[in-house]
Ligand binder design. Structure first.
Ligand code: ADP
Ligand code: ADP
Ligand code: MG
Length: 590
C-alpha cells in the first residue's frame, strides 16, 4: 500500500517545468499517472503510480511525497481529498480518564479531535460519494470507538478546546483577562482555577498586554471552566515554567475525575503524570498519520522513546532515546573554557545576583528556574547584549546567542538568512549536522517572516549553531517544538559541543531535555519578578536536588532510566523527601 501526497501550497506548476510529468516513466509509456488539475496543482493517480519516486526527487519545490504505508493499515479514517493527508485510527476519549496523544506535529492530532467533536465527518478516504454515518459505524463495529462514534452521529457534543496557538486569542477577543474568564464560568469553578493558576494579578489587564505565560494560563482556565461533554487541550506547557506546568496538570487531573479529557503534550514528564493512557501517533508529518490503540502511559512513553511499537510491529525511528548513565563522567577531564565573575543587574523592580562560576570546554550546561527569575537576563549578560551593573565583563570567549523571544522581521528566505551566519552552508557536514536534524529542507525557500513558531525556532537554533563561537547560549529552544524535534535537538547539541570543544548553555523547562542534555546545571532561585539569585554550576545530582526541593517534587527513575514524577504524598515521594533525594540516582549515576 502506497500513498501519494501533493503539498498544494508548495506545488507551482506554472513556475516549474512540470518535471513530475516530464520524468514520470509511466507517463512516458502513455498513462495519465500525473496530470495538472483544474487548480493548477499536480494530481497523481495512486492506482497507476509504481512508486519509483522520480517525481519526488525532480520536483523543484519538494511538493510531492510518495510513501509506503505499514502493512497493517487498511482504510483511512479520513483523507483531505485526492493526494491529501491521510489519517488512520482515532483516539478514544474515556469517561474519568485523561487520554494523551503522543507524537510529532502535522500527524493528524487536530484532525482527529475535529472528528471526535463532530466538527468533521470522517470520509473513510472515499471522495466520489459521501460515506454516511451508517457506513462509518459499520467500519467501526466491534471496536472501542463504536459507542463514541454512535454518540457523535446522533447528537452534537459540546467540546471545550484549549488551542495550540494562543497568540490568536487577543485577535478575536478584546477586553480584560477577567472579562474573558467570566464568560466561561459555566460550572462555578472559575474562582478555584484563577487562584490555582495565580491569575489574580492579571485579571484587570487587557488581554493584548499579557505575556505568553499569562495568556497560556488564562486559556487553560477558560477551557476548564466550561461545562462540556469533553475537553481537548492542545499543549498546556508552552511559556510555562515547571511550577506552573505542575499546577495546570493537577487541575486537569481533578477535572478528569468526572469528564473525558484528551490532551496533546510534548513535555513528556508532564504527559507522564497527566495522562492515564496514551495513543502514540506516528507517520510522516503532512503526509499520513496513524493513531495507535491506547497504551498505558508508562508503556506508551517508553515505546515512543524506544522508537518501536511491538503491538503494531512498527519501527518509526532508527535510534532509541536513552537516558544515559550520565555523560558528565567526562566532566573531570574537561578544561575550563571561561570563568565569569560575580555579577549584579538591577532593573526598576527586579534585581539579579549571580555568583562567580566557570564553564568547561565541551560541556552542555543546563539552566533551570522559575519564570521571571532572571534566566534570560543572565543569558544577555553573558552574551554581552547587556552590561552588568558596574561595567562590562570581559569573558574572552566568542558567544553565539539565541534569545528566548524570536522576531521574524525580514522577508529574506531561510536559505539566504542561514548563509549569512555560515560559510559552510554548501558542505555535506552542514546538511548532515544542521539542515537534516532540524528538517529545514522544505522551508529553505520560505521567507523568514512567514514561518510558524516552530519553524522560526528551528531556523533560530540553526543560525545560532552555524556561527563560529566558544559558547553557545540557547534560551528556551524547546518552545514550539514537538517531542520528536526535542529529541533531535538534544542529540544535536551534545554532538555540537563535543565535536568542537565549545560549550553550550541551555535554558529550558522541559525536565527530560535538561536531564538528557546537561552535564552540570546552574540553578536560579528567588522571588519571580522581584529578585533572583544564580548559583552553580553544580553536578546534576546536587543541582537537581536544589531545584526540585524548592518545587516540592520528587522524581524516581524507571528501569529504562527515565525519570518519572512521584505522585505527591506517595510512599516514594515521602521516602525520597526524607532522604533529601529529590532526583533519584542509582549508585552508578552519581
Ligand atoms: P497535528 O494536529 O498533528 O499537527 P493536523 O491534524 O492539524 O496535525 O494536520 C495534519 C495534516 O493535515 C497537516 O499537515 C495538513 O497537511 C493536513 N490538513 C489539515 N487540515 C487540512 C485541511 N483543512 N485541508 C487539507 N489538508 C489539511
Ligand atoms: P526569566 O528568563 O527567568 O523568565 P527574565 O530575565 O526575562 O526572567 O526577567 C526577570 C525579571 O526582570 C522580570 O521580572 C522582568 O520583568 C524583568 N526585566 C527583564 N528585562 C528587563 C528590562 N529590560 N527592564 C526592566 N525589567 C526587566
Ligand atoms: Mg526567560
Amino acid at each position: 500500500m502506497r500513498i501519494a501526497v501533493v503539498h498544494k501550497d508548495r506545488c507551482h506548476s506554472r513556475k516549474c517545468g512540470t518535471e513530475c510529468i516530464l520524468y514520470c516513466p509511466r507517463v512516458r509509456t502513455g498513462d495519465e499517472t500525473v496530470i495538472i488539475g483544474e487548480d493548477g496543482k499536480a494530481v497523481i493517480s495512486e492506482e497507476l503510480c509504481v512508486g519509483c519516486g522520480i517525481c519526488v526527487k525532480k520536483c523543484p519545490f519538494e511538493a510531492i511525497d510518495i510513501v509506503s504505508l505499514p502493512e497493517e493499515l487498511e482504510q483511512p479514517t479520513h483523507r483531505y481529498g485526492v493526494n491529501g493527508f491521510a489519517l488512520y485510527g482515532l483516539p478514544i476519549p474515556v469517561e474519568g480518564k485523561v487520554t494523551g496523544i503522543l507524537g510529532a506535529n502535522g500527524i493528524g492530532k487536530s484532525t482527529a479531535v475535529k472528528i471526535l467533536s463532530g466538527q468533521l465527518t470522517p470520509n473513510l478516504g472515499i471522495f466520489d460519494r459521501t460515506a454516511g454515518w451508517e457506513e462509518i459505524l459499520r467500519e467501526y463495529t466491534g471496536t472501542e470507538l463504536f459507542d463514541y462514534l454512535l454518540t457523535i452521529s446522533t447528537k452534537k457534543l459540546k467540546v471545550a478546546v484549549k488551542p495550540q496557538y494562543i497568540d490568536y486569542i487577543p485577535r478575536v477577543f478584546s477586553g480584560t483577562a477577567g472579562e474573558l474568564l467570566a464568560s466561561t464560568d459555566e460550572r462555578g469553578r472559575l474562582g478555584n482555577y484563577i487562584s490555582a493558576l495565580t491569575l489574580e494579578p492579571v485579571l484587570d489587564s487587557d488581554i493584548a498586554t499579557l505575556s505568553g505565560g499569562e495568556l497560556q494560563r488564562v486559556a487553560i482556565a477558560a477551557c476548564l471552566a466550561r461545562d462540556a461533554d469533553f475537553y481537548f487541550l492542545d499543549e498546556i506547557t508552552p511559556f510555562l515554567d515547571i511550577y506552573q506546568r505542575m499546577a495546570a496538570a493537577t487541575l486537569i487531573r481533578e477535572l478528569a475525575a468526572s469528564r473525558p479529557i484528551v490532551i496533546v503534550e510534548h513535555d513528556l514528564a508532564i504527559l507522564d503524570m497527566l495522562a492515564d493512557t496514551v495513543h502514540v501517533a506516528y507517520g510522516k508529518p503532512a503526509v499520513f498519520g496513524v493513531i495507535t490503540q491506547p497504551k498505558g502511559v508508562r508503556v506508551g512513553i517508553n515505546q515512543y522513546l524506544e522508537g518501536y511499537l511491538p503491538e503494531e510491529n512498527v519501527r518509526f525511528r532508527e535510534y532509541p532515546v536513552v537516558f544515559e548513565k550520565r555523560a558528565h563522567e567526562k566532566q573531570a577531564e574537561r578544561e575550563t573554557l571561561l570563568e565569569f565573575p560575580k555579577m549584579e543587574k538591577r532593573y526598576d523592580r527586579f534585581r539579579l545576583v549571580v555568583g562567580a562560576g566557570d564553564i568547561s570546554a565541551g560541556e552542555v550546561l543546563g539552566l533551570v528556574g522559575a519564570n521571571g527569575i532572571g534566566k534570560s537576563t543572565f543569558a544577555r549578560l553573558l552574551a554581552g547584549v547587556e552590561e552588568p551593573d558596574g561595567g562590562p565583563v570581559e569573558l574572552n570567549a566568542r558567544v553565539s546567542y539565541k534569545p528566548q523571544y524570536l522576531k521574524a522581521t525580514c522577508s529574506d528566505t531561510v536559505e539566504f538568512f542561514l548563509r549569512q551566519s555560515s560559510r559552510t552552508f554548501d558542505t555535506p557536514i552542514y546538511q548532515h549536522d544542521i539542515i537534516e536534524p532540524l528538517s529545514l529542507g522544505p522551508i529553505l525557500q520560505s521567507p523568514v517572516d512567514t514561518l510558524s513558531g516552530g519553524e522560526l525556532q528551528r531556523v533560530a537554533i540553526a543560525a545560532c549553531l552555524s556561527r563560529d563561537a566558544d559558547l553557545y547560549i540557547l534560551d528556551e529552544p524547546s518552545a514550539h517544538l514537538d517531542v520528536e524535534q526535542r529529541v533531535r535537538i538534544t542529540r544535536m547539541f551534545r554532538h555540537h559541543a563535543d565535536g568542537r570543544g565549545a560549550a553550550i548553555l541551555v535554558i529550558d523547562h522541559d525536565i527530560y531535555l535538561i536531564d538528557m542534555i546537561s552535564e552540570r546545571i546552574l540553578v536560579f532561585d528567588g522571588e519571580p519578578g522581584i529578585s533572583g539569585e544564580a548559583t552553580g554550576p553544580f553536578g546534576m545530582r546536587e543541582g537537581m536536588n536544589r531545584f526540585l526541593s524548592r518545587l516540592g517534587v520528587t522524581f524516581r527513575r524507571d528501569r529504562s532510566g527515565r525519570p518519572r514524577i512521584n505522585k505527591p504524598g506517595s510512599y516514594l515521594d515521602r521516602d525520597q523527601k526524607a532522604g533529601g533525594e529529590y532526583y533519584y540516582y542509582t549508585e552508578d549515576q552519581v
